[in-house]
Design a protein around this ligand. Structure first.
Ligand SMILES: [Zn+2]
Length: 165
């Protein structure tokens, strides 16, 4: 039990908080509860899952850092060439670094050691190794966090409020 999706007054996802902070917002009347878990904090008060703020707040833009961990997470820890999942994963530059390929969301993908070696210093086209999907930067830091929190059908009631997951 723990994560709570906070929606803005406009119903757009705003952030993810923990249940204690969510309960404080509910008790202070600053938010309303839209979805809850089946467990109860006390008999008339279930653990919140999705809450909505009563007043609109402006959201500061938060960029998502380009890190190995985030790329693996974006690619769901699977090789983008053969679909392998496991711990033998590396990062592959689609256009090799030696040929001017950049470190970017669009040029880095998760690849297993075998595919990375097989592809070598070639592009996917040259190596006849098409990518399962073309990589892109995640929509937003929050969207990325929501995807993580809803995998394996966790927090499935969040899906009603989030586009594109
Ligand atoms: Zn592979």
């Amino acid at each position: 039990m723990g994560k709570v999706l906070v929606l803005n007054a406009s119903y757009e996802p705003l952030n993810i908080t923990n249940w204690k902070r969510a309960v404080i917002l509910l008790l202070k009347g600053k938010a309303e509860q839209l979805e809850h878990y089946e467990n109860f904090i006390y008999p008339t008060f279930p653990f919140p899952s999705v809450i909505r703020l009563r007043h609109y707040v402006k959201v500061p833009y938060k960029d998502i850092p380009l890190t190995r961990r985030n790329i693996l997470e974006r690619d769901r820890h699977s090789c983008q060439y053969c679909g392998y999942r496991g711990d033998q994963l590396t990062l592959d530059h689609i256009l090799p670094r030696s040929r001017g390929g950049a470190d970017s969301w669009e040029n880095l993908v998760t690849a297993c050691v075998r595919c990375n070696i097989k592809k070598g210093n070639r592009t996917p086209k040259e190596a006849h190794m098409p990518l399962h999907k073309s990589p892109r930067k995640p929509y937003s830091s929050l969207h990325f966090e929501i995807v993580k929190c809803t995998k394996d059908n966790l927090n499935h009631e969040w899906r009603k409020y989030v586009i594109g997951i």
